[in-house]
Design a protein around this ligand. Structure first.
Ligand code: 6PG
Length: 244
C-alpha cells in the first residue's frame, strides 16, 4: 500500500485538513454501519485538529465511539494524559455521550490496564472483526510521529513490534517518562484508515528517514504501520515535509 501524502502550508491548514478527513471517515462509517469507531492520538500535534474538529457541527457524535491509540500510565487529570488532551480540546465541547468515550485506564497498574482495555475492545468490536480474523477494525486511527521514529507508544526496539497476539500492551518508560499503554501494530494495521499528523521542522529529518529511508521498522516503528486492507494517509505541514 503506497501511502498517500498531503502537504499543507502550516499547522492551521493541517488541522483543517485533518478535520476534513476525520469527518469523511465518520460519514462513510455511519452511512454504512450506523457507527464510527476512532482511536485518537496523543502528543501535542493533534491538539489543533481536535480544537478545529470541536467546532465542526457536521458529525452525529452520538454515533461516534472514541478510543485511544495509546496513553501514558497516569491518572486522567494528569497533565501528561492523552485523555486529558482530548477532553480539554475536543470532548468537553461536543455532545458525545459519556458511554461513547473509551478511555485507556492509565491509573491502573500497566499490565492490568492493558488487559482491561483489551477486554473493552473485545466487547465493543465483537461484531466488527476484520474478515477472517478476530482483530478489531477501527474506522480511523490517528497517529503522530516521534523524533525517534516511534508512533503511538511503539518505541524503537519495542517488543510490541513483534507482537502478533495482543491488541494492547504495556510499554516500559522511555527516559524519565511514565509507563505507556499502546495498541499493537496488528490492530493499527487492521484499521480501515490510518492518518498520521506530522508538523514542525523538528520532524523533517525523521520523516524523511521513515518515508524515504531504508526499511528498518525495528528502529523506525512508524514504518511498521502498513494497513493490510485500509488507507494510509500522511498529513504534513510544509516544515515537516521540507526534506522530502
Ligand atoms: C504520545 C503519542 C506519541 C506522539 C508522538 C508525536 O502519547 O505522545 O501518542 O506517539 O504522537 O510522540 O508527539 P508530538 O505530536 O507531541 O510531536
Amino acid at each position: 500500500m503506497t501511502p498517500q501524502i498531503e502537504i499543507l502550508p502550516d499547522a492551521d491548514r493541517l488541522a483543517e485538513a485533518a478535520t476534513g478527513r476525520f469527518l469523511q471517515s465518520a460519514s462513510r462509517a455511519v452511512q454504512s454501519r450506523g457507527v464510527f469507531t476512532v482511536a485518537l492520538s496523543g502528543g501535542s500535534t493533534p491538539r489543533g485538529a481536535y480544537s478545529h474538529l470541536a467546532g465542526a457541527q457536521a458529525l452525529e457524535w452520538g454515533k461516534a465511539l472514541v478510543f485511544w491509540g495509546d496513553e501514558r500510565c497516569v491518572p486522567p487529570e494528569h497533565p501528561q494524559s492523552n485523555y486529558r488532551l482530548a477532553r480539554e480540546s475536543l470532548l468537553r465541547h461536543i455532545p458525545i455521550p459519556a458511554g461513547n468515550i473509551h478511555r485507556m485506564p492509565g491509573e491502573l497498574e500497566p499490565e492490568a490496564a492493558a488487559q482491561e482495555y483489551e477486554r473493552e475492545l473485545s466487547t465493543v468490536f465483537s461484531g466488527n472483526a476484520v474478515r477472517g480474523s478476530q482483530l478489531p477494525r477501527f474506522d480511523l486511527i490517528l497517529l503522530g510521529l516521534g523524533r525517534d521514529g516511534h508512533t503511538a507508544s511503539v518505541f524503537p526496539g519495542s517488543t510490541a513490534l513483534s507482537e502478533q497476539e495482543r491488541w494492547v500492551v504495556a510499554q516500559p518508560p522511555v527516559g524519565d517518562g511514565p509507563w505507556r499503554l499502546t495498541l499493537t501494530p496488528p490492530v493499527i494495521n487492521a484499521a480501515s484508515e490510518v492518518l498520521f499528523l506530522v508538523a514542525g521542522h523538528d520532524k523533517a529529518d525523521i520523516l524523511r528517514r521513515v518515508l524515504h529511508g531504508p526499511r528498518d521498522p525495528l528502529n523506525l516503528p512508524a514504518q511498521a504501520i502498513q494497513p493490510s486492507d485500509g488507507e494510509l494517509m500522511w498529513l504534513l505541514d510544509a516544515a515537516a515535509a521540507s526534506l522530502l
